[in-house]
Design a binder for this molecule. Structure first.
Ligand SMILES: NC(=O)C1=CN([C@@H]2O[C@H](COP(=O)(O)OP(=O)(O)OC[C@H]3O[C@@H](n4cnc5c(N)ncnc54)[C@H](OP(=O)(O)O)[C@@H]3O)[C@@H](O)[C@H]2O)[C@H](O)CC1
Ligand SMILES: [K+]
Length: 215
């Protein structure tokens, strides 16, 4: 079954109000995404993984992935696309603060896209269901960097720039090798398998009762 983005937000909020906090959803989303990535890539030990992180909860999922991938021995660099005091939500901030206690993870923020390594894997955790309008900086430069870099590319929830409701693309958008979306498929995503690459939907523990009155 495919659902609308509005339905997804309503289910998330109802689950949160039931006590299955968005923080738990984010943890399960990041963990499920890492599981799929590892299934594909196999061993990530010593691999250079560059994670582009937006200031919303799509970015938050990327922060969770950074912690899990580091636990599997990957060399993780997180590029926060903005100032950390502009991170939008409590659950995303929680994960940023956790990473600040982990010297094993390299944290960068701001808008310089100069890196002293070539990534083996790039994770696009820039934009998800909260996308609106033309892509603004510094997200635009990050999307261009991703498209210009030759390596394996993984999209969190949806390739950034693709509207998960309509399947239309913004002025720029990422083209990825794999996409993992969460809970249920959003109506627009399967329309662009050329951008999503291999497409998976993963349950993240939301109680089925959270869908009552919504689906
Ligand atoms: N579905 C689930 O159960 C779960 C989903 N999760 C993840 O959460 C995101 C949705 O998070 P949200 O914070 O609502 O939105 P995004 O992160 O996608 O984007 C919001 C930020 O992006 C900025 N933005 C929006 N449009 C543009 C644009 N065209 N150019 C530049 N920047 C843009 C926006 O900025 P504002 O100034 O508009 O506020 C926000 O900063 C979902 O996709 C999943 O990945 C949960 O984590 C787990 C459960
Ligand atoms: K994304």
């Amino acid at each position: 079954m495919e659902i609308t983005v509005d339905q997804m937000y309503n289910i998330e909020n109802k689950g949160h109000d039931m006590g299955f906090l968005k923080k738990f959803m984010m943890e399960n989303a990041g963990a499920a995404a890492v599981k799929r990535l590892l299934e594909k890539i196999g061993d990530v030990k010593s691999k250079n993984i560059l994670i582009f992180v937006g200031l919303g909860n799509n970015g938050g999922d990327g922060l969770v992935m950074a912690r899990h991938l580091t636990g599997y021995g990957a060399k993780v660099t997180v590029m926060l696309l903005g100032n950390s005091n502009k991170i939008k939500t409590e659950e995303s901030n929680w994960n940023w603060s956790l990473l600040q206690k982990m010297p094993s993870v390299k944290l960068l923020s701001g808008n310089s896209l100069k890196f002293d390594f070539k990534p083996d894997i790039i994770i696009d955790a820039i934009l998800g269901t909260g996308i609106s309008g033309e892509i603004r900086e510094p997200y635009a430069s990050a999307i261009n960097y991703i498209n210009e870099t030759d390596c394996y590319k993984f999209a969190v929830d949806v390739p950034s720039g693709l509207d998960p409701q309509t399947g239309e693309t913004a002025n720029i958008f990422t083209k990825c090798d794999m996409t993992v979306t969460f809970h249920k498929m959003k109506q627009g995503i399967p329309k662009r398998k050329d951008l999503t690459g291999e497409l998976f939907v993963e349950k993240i523990g939301i109680p089925p009762e959270a869908e009552e009155g919504i689906l």
